[in-house]
Design a protein around this ligand. Structure first.
Ligand SMILES: [Ca+2]
Length: 422
């Protein structure tokens, strides 16, 4: 399309694109008049001139001490090319100003210590008109032999004649480079006859970054940077914030390595996945209040102990703002189980009161003390006696028998005495 989109402001590029498309329409229109073509061409050129370059990110300035391996080119006296990188505006690279080599164009080649993605070369020509660069070309190369022109430009010579330092910011579409070739095509001389004989550059500043791919990290960062802390547990949020901060530092570091980028991506990805939503504690809060309201005196010590333990655990979970929903749910369940596991002791509400003599069941006390059963008195007053005759003279018969026995005995004693007398 003729103009690299990425380095221009959105509005100026949109205007340019519109003018370009209109010019193409006119060109393809067989009916277009010469005036139509001239008008469209003028508008396109105006839009091109109006293209506004977005300033380079200043954080992309590369440290020349680190990235510049060497700078070489024809020079005058002691004004070698490395003087473009000494942070001193009073020193400069100057192409030969005398002899057969005093002519333009002249190149200065800068070798970098690695491959970088470059976006801008800025240069400051020396003051006092001597060699102020009015026309330049910048090319880059990855191998030092095959060159690609990335930009070119001109500077109004009058800028130098005012005696000021002139800084030129040569912006271009990001490009990989291990070498930079700066070509001085035109320069103002100390006197008009020295114009275009030699050029001077006091300082050169290189903008770019290490050749790493930050696309994935950048996308992951953008997708998560607007997350809100209120939704997540403080512990997981802290991990996430740290990873986000580290990712931002890596994204902003133009000298970072691919390894650092990859590590930052992994850390941020893990932190995003590790973000834990804050738990809903309302059910647990309610369950604890419910458990606390129970009068435990009615239950066995073992079951009350189990409830106390569950209650203690539940309070710990309630106090832990990093608790997960699963932990909260488990604590509620444990508490409910402990409550349903409460075991009542022997009915303590209706005890037998031993101090109340009106309603005791006393096995030791006769129900009726006034009509005792006498265990000494036989229940039957006329027991049957199988040894005694039922006749009325039973008693006399015994007397006879006794008398008879006595008589027999007396006879025996008599007979015995009689025998002894013999
Ligand atoms: Ca210098």
């Amino acid at each position: 399309m003729g103009a690299p989109e990425s380095i221009y402001t959105e509005d100026s590029y949109a205007a340019y694109k519109s003018a370009y498309e209109k010019a193409v329409e006119v060109k393809d229109d067989q009916e277009a008049t010469r005036a139509d073509v001239e008008s469209a061409t003028a508008e396109l050129l105006a839009a091109y001139d109006a293209l506004e370059i977005v300033p380079v990110d200043s954080s992309l300035e590369l440290d020349a001490d680190t990235v510049v391996s060497s700078a070489s080119g024809d020079y005058s006296e002691s004004n070698t090319a490395d003087r473009m990188f000494d942070n001193d505006l009073s020193t400069y690279w100057e192409s030969p100003y005398g002899g057969s080599n005093a002519n333009l164009p002249k190149d200065v080649v800068i070798e970098l210590n690695d491959t970088y993605v470059l976006e801008q070369i800025s240069f400051i020509s020396h003051t006092l008109q001597n060699g102020g660069v009015t026309d330049y070309t910048i090319s880059v190369s990855e191998d030092g032999s095959e060159w690609t022109q990335v930009t070119s430009g001109t500077v109004d010579a009058n800028e130098y004649k005012r005696g000021n330092n002139v800084r030129v910011d040569a912006r271009f579409v990001p490009v990989k480079a291990s070498y930079i070739k700066f070509t001085v095509n035109g320069a103002v001389g100390r006197i008009p006859s020295e114009d275009n004989m030699y050029g001077r550059i006091a300082e050169m500043i290189i903008y770019g970054s290490t050749d790493v791919n930050k696309t994935a990290l950048s996308a992951l960062y953008d997708a998560n940077v607007n997350k809100v802390s209120d939704d997540f547990t403080p512990a997981s949020w802290t991990v996430f914030q740290n990873a986000l901060t580290s990712a931002k530092q890596v994204l902003d570091d133009n000298m970072t390595t691919q390894e650092a980028v990859d590590n930052a991506y992994e850390a941020l990805d893990a932190a995003v996945k590790g973000l834990a939503l804050k738990a809903d504690f309302s059910a647990l809060d309610e369950a604890i209040k419910n458990a606390e309201s129970i009068n435990t005196s009615a239950y066995t010590p073992e079951s009350v102990l189990a409830l106390d333990k569950a209650l203690e655990d539940a309070r710990l979970v309630l106090a832990n703002e990093n608790a997960t929903q699963d932990e909260v749910d488990a604590a509620v369940k444990a508490l409910e189980e402990a409550i349903s596991g409460l075991c009542e002791t022997t009915d303590p509400e209706t005890p037998t009161d031993p101090s109340d003599p009106t309603t005791p069941t006393d096995p030791e006390t006769p129900t009726d003390p006034d009509t005792p059963v006498d265990p000494e008195k036989p229940a039957d007053e006329t027991p049957a006696d199988p040894e005694t005759p039922t006749t009325s003279d039973n008693s006399m018969l015994g007397v006879y028998a006794g008398l008879l026995a006595v008589s027999v005995l007396a006879l025996f004693v008599f007979l015995r005495r009689k025998k002894e007398a013999n």
